[in-house]
Design a protein around this ligand. Sequence first.
Ligand SMILES: C[S@@+](CC[C@H](N)C(=O)[O-])C[C@H]1O[C@@H](n2cnc3c(N)ncnc32)[C@H](O)[C@@H]1O
Length: 362
Amino acid sequence: MVPGRGRGALRPVRGARRGAGAGARLHRRRPEPRRTRTRPSRLPRALGGGPGPHGRPVRTVDRPRPRPPRPRPRPRREPPLSSPIALDYSEQERWLRQSAARNAERDRRLAAEFAVAGYDRAADIGCGAGGMAAALKSARPGAAVLAVDSDAAVLDIARSYAAEHGADLDFRTADLDAGAEAIRDALGGPVDLVWAGHVVHHAVDQQAALDALAANLRPGGRMAVAEGGLGARILPWDIGFGRPGLHARLETAGSLRMEAENAERGAVPMPYGWTRALRLAGLRDIETRTEFIDRPAPLAGGDLTEALDSLAARVEWFGDFLDGEDRDVWQALLDPADSHWLGNRDDLHHWEIRTVYTGRRA
Ligand SMILES: C[S@@+](CC[C@H](N)C(=O)[O-])C[C@H]1O[C@@H](n2cnc3c(N)ncnc32)[C@H](O)[C@@H]1O
């Protein structure tokens, strides 16, 4: 399940999680230092107190005692930061294909809606496997649909995906950061519809990228941007293994990773939300479409596989930003041969919010 055999892959630390493993270690209580009390009191323990009779606080008397041994610091594992931090999507074929399959139903629905307004030329920017490009072609077979990506190797993935799905697409290489003119050259002219799925956040200057895409719309043309939302939540807060809040810390790791990636490429901050960004790009009639994916526990079959794949991908991508203990716990949870394997649990759910922002050029 863990796709990580490459950069940032988890390494098994078997001894650390067997027997008195990560979870057991965490819940073990340190012995209290010995103290001799004359009477119980209610003073805070820090003041040497405890409960007294009739609720009256009384002091306790401590005999001089040797200082308790300091807990040994946990061995520090510096995160082996991958360099560069930004993902090479040409190495993520499996994930790109899974993403296209996962979004297929939504893509069909949105493409059908866009087809009602009509488009003669549409572009799927940062297309990955090109799932939306295929949906746009299928919803309006007479239209020219461009599958666009900055990475030529990713376009090869999109080519094979399109061939498998019988989609006759036009493949173009273009970089969101190249500016409106360069994008126009790559597209061969303006389009009626731009779809940008989870790509704008990769731009060095997200607002400039949106401006450039908006500038390549025909008057009245529409832009749809899939960004934001809330990532999948799969685990209960406390799974009885490792520290509670494991999933929340995975999200924090994702946020730290994004911050580091932004620093790595000198990204220009976009300190506001997507509706404002689309408005600043000159679009009007801005709308937000929100979908709540609600699959209650227990997950089974394809839903379980999707949930585990999604966790495995995130653990691989964000692993450098987790502490060593959490990494070991995730390693066990995602290993089908391990007794803690998540696939054996009946309390996994899948909650996720996906958002798409749309706007129209005047
Ligand atoms: C997270 S994937 C999204 C793929 C697909 N749209 C989806 O939603 O599944 C990001 C895609 O954007 C491409 N990409 C990244 N930076 C880009 C840029 N500056 N210009 C164009 N494409 C870019 C990547 O190669 C990758 O295919």
